[in-house]
Design a protein around this ligand. Sequence first.
Ligand code: NDP
Length: 246
Amino acid sequence: MSDRNVAVVTGGSRGIGRAVAIQLAKSGNDVAVIYRGNKEKAEEVVDIIKSFGVDAISIQADVSSSSDCKEAISKVKEAFGKVNILVNNAGITRDGLLIRMKDSDFDDVINANLKGTFYMMRECIPLMLKADVKKIINISSVAGVLGNQGQANYSASKAGVIGLTKSAAREYASKKININAIAPGMIETDMTGDMNEKAREGVIATVPFKQMGKAEDIAFAVDFLAGKGSDYITGQVLCVDGGMAI
Ligand code: NDP
């Protein structure tokens, strides 16, 4: 077993998760990149990570399936023997007005964003208990803090992630597992890429910094919460949002 810490990053093939996986590798961690369907992109991230002299694997898993999560973490255990850092980043949107929202739009978002986070924590925490370094970072959203019109499903899932984070932080404080959440604001990724110019301008107007964030802005915050600097921090929600949630 390597002396390096092992990080599991869900949704590591693209966007914020990609930046997080690369940043954690730069900080000297081995990384398991979990992706849903984009094998090519996930393999690209693995190659970049390996160029930093640490180890990486990609694993296909749908986080909304408890059996996929179980299997994925058993593959991580097989490959690296341990888990020290878990970043629950995989997430989806299915936006629409509440009164027109289909059951499946609500369920799919809750299953991926909230239940996926729960499943991965349930699999990883038992492996973390005996480790020296044990950190969980859950990616919520400013929509989970403030709510957002057209995102009843998404906001509920991300507010749920905050409740899950705080409860787990209390439950595993005696085991010295640091469990925190990050609430990103508007970040340039595929998720926000299909907004039209008018909608984009409207959102940027609500950001005190008057600009969107980059995936790397979130990656630096994750790296902090995954490192020594967060040893006395647990159950917190760090808004990385150019001031949106002030
Ligand atoms: P992207 O859409 O760019 O990427 C999503 C990633 O999640 C991909 O790697 C995708 O895998 C993976 N994924 C999606 N569903 C599943 C699933 N069921 N199982 C496994 N992997 C899955 O999203 P972002 O990078 O923008 O968002 C990352 C996180 O940050 C999400 O939780 C999102 O809600 C949150 N967030 C984003 C904000 C933004 O402005 N971008 C703002 C606030 C929060 P694949 O490539 O294989 O499809």
